[in-house]
Structure formats: C-alpha cells, structure tokens
Design a protein around this ligand. Sequence first.
Ligand code: FAD
Length: 573
Amino acid sequence: MTRRKGIKTQPADQLAAEDDEADGAAHANAGGFTHGAELPIASALGEFLSDPPPGTPAEVVEALTLMAGDPEHPLPPRLYFETVEQAPVAISITDHKANILYANAAFEALTGYSRDEVMGKNESILSSNATPDSIYKQLWRTIQRKRPWKGTLINRRKDGEDYLAELTISPVLDAAGRIRYYLGMHRNVTREHELSVALRQQKTRIETVLDAAPVLVVLLDTDGRIILDNQEYKKLLGDLRGREPLTLLRAALKEQAGFDPLERAAAGEGFRDIEVSIEVPGSSGPRWFACSGSAVNESDSSLSGYFIRGDAGDQRLLLLANDITGRRREIERAHLENLRARLAEQQLAQGMREALTAASFQLQVPLNMIRAASAMFKDGSGNPALFADMLGQVTEAGEAALATLNAALPTEMPEPGVNVNINELLRHVLALETDNLLAAGIVVDWQPALVLPELSGHKNELRSLFKHLIDNALQAMYEGGGSHRGLRLATRALDDAVEVIVEDNGPGIPPERRLKVFEPFHIGWRNRRGRAGMGLALAQEIVNQHAGSIEIDPQYRDGCRVRVTLGNVRPQD
Ligand code: FAD
C-alpha cells in the first residue's frame, strides 16, 4: 500500500484488534454509516481498492469503502476521496477513542495544526477547556449509541486563538454493526455567533430604548398588523382593557384629522403632531395624543428578492403617539382660570360702578345744600341756626355717601406664601396676554434664566404685578405709535433673589417722573380711561412684601425698562 508522506496509518490487523475493544454491539444503527454484511464492492470501488491513488491512507480507503454503503450504486472512490480532501469543512476520521487517523486540508487550515502534528493524537487536542464537561458526556453518550451528534464546542487553534466549532460526528460502523471509526466534520461559526450576539444586543438595546421612551411607539405592516410595539403601547392596551389602541388611534385620525395613517405610509408620506382624542374607560375625560407617522421602507427579505437590487420591500408605518392629556388639561384649566378671573373682574367693576353711581347720587344732596348755603351766605339771607341745621344735613348725607363707598370696597383675601417659579409664572402671564400682544403687533423677546431659584411668594399678587407691568408696556408702545413694537422680558438669578426685566421700546418715562409714577393716583397716560393711577403704587407694595425693589432704569434710553427684584415673601405678609 502506498503511504502518503507524513500521514500515519495503522495496519489492518491493529484496527481489527481495536474492534474487539470497541463497541460490542452486533447490529447496525440507523444513525451511523453502515455497510452490508458481505461488503460486495462494485467494480469501480474494486478498481480503487486494487490500486488506491498515491498517498491515500489505509484508514481512509477502509472508511470510504464503509461509507460508500450502497453496493448497487457506489460512488467512484477516487471522486469520494477528492471530495473529502477538498471539502471546505474540516473533516477528520478517528478511531473509536477519537484518536485522529485522517484530517483533510480544511482541518489543517482551520485548526492551524498540520496533519503530522495531529496524527494519532486525540481530538481533545482542539479543546480549549472552556466547553462544559456535560457537553462532552452528552457527545460521547450519543455517538456510542451509534447516533450522529451535532453540537457546538469551543475549540482552540494551535496559535492559541479560540473559535466556536459547529461539529457533527457520525459513527462509521463495520459489517458487524460495530463502531469502526468516527467521522468528524466541523466549521468555524465564531463570526455567525458574534453576529447573532450583536444582533441580539442590538435588538435588546432598541427594545430598551423603545420601552424607556415616554411615547407610544408601534411599527405596522401594510395590512396594519403590529410588527413591534413598546411598553407605553402595552400600558395603553391595559388602560383600554384589551381594546387595541392602534384601532382607536387609527379611527381617531380618520375621523378627527381626515386621513388614514396607513394610506399615508403606503404613499410614502409622513405626518407630524396631529392631535386626536380617544375615550379611555375610567379616565375623567378623553385622553389626547399628538400623533406622528413616518413611512419606513423595509428591504424585501423574501428569497425572490435576493437578486433584486434596491428596496423592493413593503412600506411600513412607524406611528408615535405622545400622551398630551396633561398639557391639554393644563391649557383648559388655565383658560377656565382666566375666564373666572375675567368674570370676577367684571363683577367687581360692575359692583364698583354701581357703588360709585349711588355715592355720586348721594353726594348731590350735600353738594346742593352747600351751594344753597353759600348763596344764602353771599346775599346775607341765612341765619346761624339755619346754617347749623344745613351743616348737620350735609354731614349726614356726606357720611351716607362715604358709607356706600366703603361698603363697595372689596375685602382683601390674605394669600398664602407658596413656592413660585418666576419663569413659569411669567410664561403664564405671557400666555394670558397673547391675544393683546398679537393684536398690537408686538414682538416678544423672552429671555428666561436657564436656572432660577424658587421663591416663596404670593402667586396671584405676583401675577397681577407682572400683568400690570406688561399692560403698561403695551399702552406705552401703543401711545408711542412706533412702527416696530418690541417687548423684552428677561429673568436672572441673584443671591437669594430673582431679577425680572420688563422692557418696551415706547416713549419711555422722563427723569422727573421716574419716582412720581409710583405715587397713588398718578396718571400719565394720554388715554386715562379705565385707569386709576394705582397700578404702580400697588406694584410697589407687592414688591415690598416680597423683600424686593422696583425701579425705572435710568440708564435705558430706548423706551422704558422696569427692573424688579424679588426675594422671599415676608412671613408676616
Ligand atoms: P476527556 O476526559 O477526554 O473527556 C471528557 C468527557 O468525555 C469524559 O468525562 C467522558 O465522559 C467523555 N469521554 C471522553 N472520551 C471518551 C471515550 N473514549 N469514551 C467515552 N466517553 C468519553 N473535542 C473538542 O474539544 N473539540 C473537537 O473539535 C472535537 N472533535 C471531535 C471529533 C470526533 C470525531 C470525536 C469522536 C471527538 C471529538 N472531540 C472534540 C471530543 C474529544 O475527543 C474529547 O472527548 C473532548 O475534547 C474532551 O477532552 P478532555 O481531555 O477535556 O476530556
């Protein structure tokens, strides 16, 4: 027999001796390669065996003969051998103890060992010691039962590098059904493993991010079936007691916004921040969602799309729905509060008007008497007793008018000191003034400090303070008549205090009136209607309560800049 250089072969008698030590089972098992009892070899195989190709190891000749199996249709052995030798998988043939008898070229390339180095050695030479023993036990249990085993082991190359080996071991049985050889085939699946781990990690990351997002996210196929959703979606599903949120949102978009999101996506179009409401059982009122959608083109994963370039896949719809119920309710609440405040103001004004009308009517009586008394005094027709009587009546009528006026004065409700964020408070005041600002064509430059300490303060009083300052700025710019009207509001944190700037580009306040404007009943407007000249006086009082100050900035020349500083409200206030 020809020996291939460097390949260790075993004599046939030695193999026969090992047979006895090996498996004693007499019957062939379906799992292994078996051979008929007589080993009738077809002519091609006979030809091969009578003259094996140069370098063919004896064990390979025998193993291939056994593996060729079907005596009616044997494979041409030369072709069989070439196939094994050149196969892109690492193939080895071992004895029944896993001692290597043959290894192909791919085995050498994958493991880094030459055939010389592994010949006669146990396959355990490839072990990295990282595969659990239980796997080996299971491997051996299976192959010793003459069944093929397939599994994954952590192998180590000769250069020390570990790789993941996907291994198939098939027992090769002889004519008597005894295990003669093991045929091992393995390939390096490290890359596949790394890719699948990376894919899993990527999936976990995406799911984590999606689940952490405070927005409902759902990805739909063209038929509206859910491919992916997140925790917020599931939460709403729970709130809806099992009714599919998607169905409701889709219907709401159709009814309230007039389009079907799926049709939009099919046309490759998206949409942004469309606000719709749905009824959720147990909620006090509808839940509002700002919906956005994007058409997502997914590449075709079917086999028929393998050779087709470009995106021939489906248009998916990525639907995001942000629960804005809180914001909506806040806006509604602010509107209601505003309405309530306006009603209260109107009622107050109405009451004051009535009281003033009554008082001015009552004042007519003493005035008429004073006029009569003064006429009598001038022409000398009166006497002291009459004058005394008249003065008594005047006093009485005057006191009645005063009592009417006093009764009309609104009682002051003490306001508790609460934590106030001045930025938020100013933002609310600005929101309430939006209509007036728009109507007057005023451009607002809002420059809030990024971080502002919270103050303890009287919220309503502070709100009316800033509303008054903004109303003043509006009137100033209106009376100034300039074409560009700009209002700047800025806040700044000071030590234990907050500074607020209210700046307009109206006519400004001349230096001699900068203190006077804070005096009660001072009115400097051309249009005095509805003005009592008490606004800045009250503003000064509110600022004082908050341990602060208010001044007209003397440095500012392009209009009027009111500088307010506010500290914490005094406890006694
Ligand atoms: P070992 O002590 O050799 O074996 C561990 C356990 O395996 C033992 O506790 C025992 O339960 C079982 N076992 C080992 N040998 C036998 C035996 N002769 N009869 C019954 N049970 C036994 N291992 C790899 O790590 N990488 C490979 O690529 C690889 N390829 C193989 C290919 C073939 C064809 C065969 C038959 C085996 C292959 N093996 C491979 C298994 C290898 O032979 C060793 O069993 C394994 O590497 C563990 O070796 P060890 O020295 O760590 O432990």
